[in-house]
Design a protein around this ligand. Sequence first.
Ligand code: E4P
Length: 214
Amino acid sequence: MKFFMDSANIQEIQHGLELGLVDGVTTNPALLAREAGDWQEIASSICSMVQGPVSLEVMGSEAGEMVQEARELARLGSNIVVKIPMTMQGLKAVRILTDENIATNVTLVFSPLQALLAAKAGAGYVSPFVGRLDDLGQNGMDLASQIIDIYENYAIDTQIIVASVRHPGHVLESALMGADIVTVPYKGLNMLAEHPMTDLGIKSFLQAWQTREK
Ligand code: E4P
């Protein structure tokens, strides 16, 4: 399973890369809005730092606007994947962009049938937002599991990015069900690495070493 970092922060991405844990990056307008400076420069820097795909989202709502924006975003780096919201206009844009060989990630996916439509339109990636479904009292990972089943049924090669990840349980379930990718915020990566028993173990071994017979 690939790990993408859900961040537009250069330092966070750099740290994740040093750990070998960043196979790609996803951003969204809210993440980019948190960063000071010119967003295009930030996006270009991320594209040159990361070898894998970097998702950047369009802001338009009409297919024509989205296609125009996508063409401009695609110039920021050869690894750009354009995030298109899951609407009818978005699907129309995905079809056009696919024909132009511009990679797309259909975002804000909340139902398995939306994911099927996105794949039929030619999306390279789909992003089911599992945490936001959990927020509504539903089980977001059921959505991921249904998309995996549907894609397997028809040998669809659109890759599934489990998104809106809130805790290690989402990552564990994604790995167990064979999701292609999880996109995890920086804080989430730390949560995956840490365990209190690891810390206790280190402490007790150190103590034993320091109090050894000499
Ligand atoms: C994914 O591509 C999105 O950027 C992200 O996972 C959204 O997560 P949130 O629901 O925590 O905002």
